[in-house]
Design a protein around this ligand. Structure first.
Ligand SMILES: Nc1ncnc2c1ncn2[C@@H]1O[C@H](COP(=O)(O)OP(=O)(O)OP(=O)(O)O)[C@@H](O)[C@H]1O
Length: 248
């Protein structure tokens, strides 16, 4: 089964802005796909369509074989955006428990699952802290733990590491890859960074300026996704290929 199937999707907002034009995109099970393109080309719009936060003007969006609206109601995906979006008045643990609460999970199950997720992102000791007591990178990790709490088959991420320093970003990239490998999660990841897209992805999807269209789909097969991978000839070749595709 495919994780996401976008067929002939166009999006025109109420004010007449045409954000997307006839987009076709398929994301396979367990695949990591990055969306990259100039500012305003419709990357976030595409992600919001997959999440069913906004409807397409024409075309269809299918998530795990279901209409996007049904997938949203069944919490078939986890969301993580650039702003971690945590609730300041809830502890870290209670933030991670939230999607489980919405699902009606019992207290014991919620707590066990939150502990497990916090351990996965290296924050086991911080469950009792409030978001304001954590650094930006730690808040991002809480947001990722929350997104993964219901074990969604699909993770939708919109520049989740955009605001972080280079070292933290690289560490979180490695953590994300290991989480995806462990859980088999499919991922759609929006980024402005060519190097980040190439390092993380099985496939980099390049979009044109507004109205956004997909202009290239570049498969990436690094020898390994670690420091050696970042220094491999394949990595540099793919960075060049994506850069050229972005220039059109
Ligand atoms: N609710 C809205 N109403 C009207 N226009 C909108 C709305 N949301 C987005 N747009 C427009 O749609 C276009 C695509 O926006 P979107 O945020 O998807 O781009 P993006 O590629 O994610 O940009 P960036 O890389 O700068 O984050 C932009 O021109 C934006 O102004």
């Amino acid at each position: 089964m495919t994780a996401v199937e976008i067929a002939q999707v166009s999006k025109t907002f109420a004010d007449g802005t045409q954000a997307l034009s006839e987009v076709d995109l398929t994301v396979g099970d367990g695949e990591f796909v990055s969306l990259i393109g100039p500012s305003g080309c419709g990357k976030s719009t595409l992600l919001r369509l997959i999440a069913d936060l906004i409807p397409p003007t024409t075309g269809t969006v299918t998530v795990a074989g279901k209409p996007a609206g049904q997938a949203r109601r069944e919490q078939a995906y986890g969301l993580a955006f650039q702003q971690a979006g945590l609730f300041e008045w809830r502890t870290v643990r209670r933030n991670v428990e939230l999607p489980l609460e919405l699902r009606g999970a019992g207290k014991a199950e919620r707590q066990a699952r939150a502990e497990e997720m916090l351990a996965l992102v290296g924050l086991a000791e911080f469950g009792g802290h409030y978001p304001g007591q954590l650094s930006g990178g730690m808040q991002q990790r809480v947001a990722i733990a929350r997104a993964l709490a219901v074990q969604p088959p699909l993770l939708l991420m919109d520049e989740p590491f955009g605001a972080l320093d280079e070292m933290t970003r690289e560490r979180l990239q490695a953590e994300l890859l290991s989480i995806c490998a462990t859980t088999g999660t499919s991922t759609v990841f929006v980024t402005h960074s060519i190097s980040e897209a190439v390092f993380l992805s099985d496939r980099v999807v390049v979009m044109s300026a507004r109205p956004g269209r997909i202009t290239a789909s570049i498969e990436v097969d690094l020898p390994s996704r670690d420091d050696a991978g970042r220094q491999s000839p394949v990595y540099f070749d793919k960075v060049t290929e994506v850069r050229k595709a972005l220039r059109g």
